[in-house]
Design a protein. Structure first.
Ligand SMILES: NC(=O)c1ccc[n+]([C@@H]2O[C@H](COP(=O)([O-])OP(=O)(O)OC[C@H]3O[C@@H](n4cnc5c(N)ncnc54)[C@H](OP(=O)(O)O)[C@@H]3O)[C@@H](O)[C@H]2O)c1
Length: 164
């Protein structure tokens, strides 16, 4: 099972200047709960924005650069290679961004774990459109903002509609 995990605003915005658009501790916990113990695949820019390997997960980072090296991560040259390695480690594989990698992996993904943040923010990176002919929302749990989480948001699960 290949699952994309993303937090996006109301216009599918996900990032600006290689950073996230919000600080939502409840969403970070959700992300950690979903992905811990499983391999995570990300683009080189997302890795650099996080700045260090995510603990308790094999970090697989995709880059076209041949001479780029960082300690504690697995660097691969293509999405195919990333998924191949990840599947050797575990059946559950998570793709964690960013925009460029999401665009190239929607086709090979079975499930979307979306945090829909009720915000409309300036951004330079976006999540692809979730086509309701391809994806069906199967679960939604919403939370109201509080002193630590400045926006309302919903955790949504989408599953790919299987063509007979
Ligand atoms: N809200 C969220 O859930 C979320 C999640 C993740 C990231 N983000 C945000 O998204 C932004 C980063 O996204 P991004 O789209 O700019 O970059 P990205 O997808 O993280 O990384 C793009 C890089 O990945 C490598 N790459 C992409 N496709 C490849 C391929 N087919 N083969 C080999 N290498 C490939 C290239 O690295 P090289 O240039 O090294 O070749 C490319 O520059 C940041 O603002 C980040 O905070 C948001």
């Amino acid at each position: 099972m290949v699952t994309i995990v993303v937090a996006m605003g109301e216009k599918n915005e996900i990032g600006s200047n290689n950073q996230l658009l919000w600080h939502l501790p409840k969403d970070l916990k959700h992300f950690k709960d979903l992905t811990s113990g499983h391999p995570v695949i990300m683009g080189r820019k997302t890795y650099e924005s996080i700045g260090k390997p995510l603990p308790n997960r094999t970090n697989i980072v995709i880059s076209r650069q041949k001479d780029w090296f960082e300690e504690g991560i697995l660097i691969v040259g293509s999405i195919k290679e990333a998924v191949k390695f990840a599947r050797k480690i575990d059946e559950e594989v998570f793709i964690i961004g960013g925009g460029n990698i999401y665009e190239q992996t929607m086709d090979i993904t079975d499930k979307l774990e979306v945090t829909l943040v009720k915000a409309d923010l300036e951004a330079d990176t976006f999540f692809p459109e979730i086509d309701n002919k391809i994806w069906m929302k199967t679960q939604e749990v919403c939370h109201e903002k509080d002193e630590k989480n400045p926006y309302d948001f919903c955790f949504q699960t989408y599953e790919k509609i299987k063509s007979e």
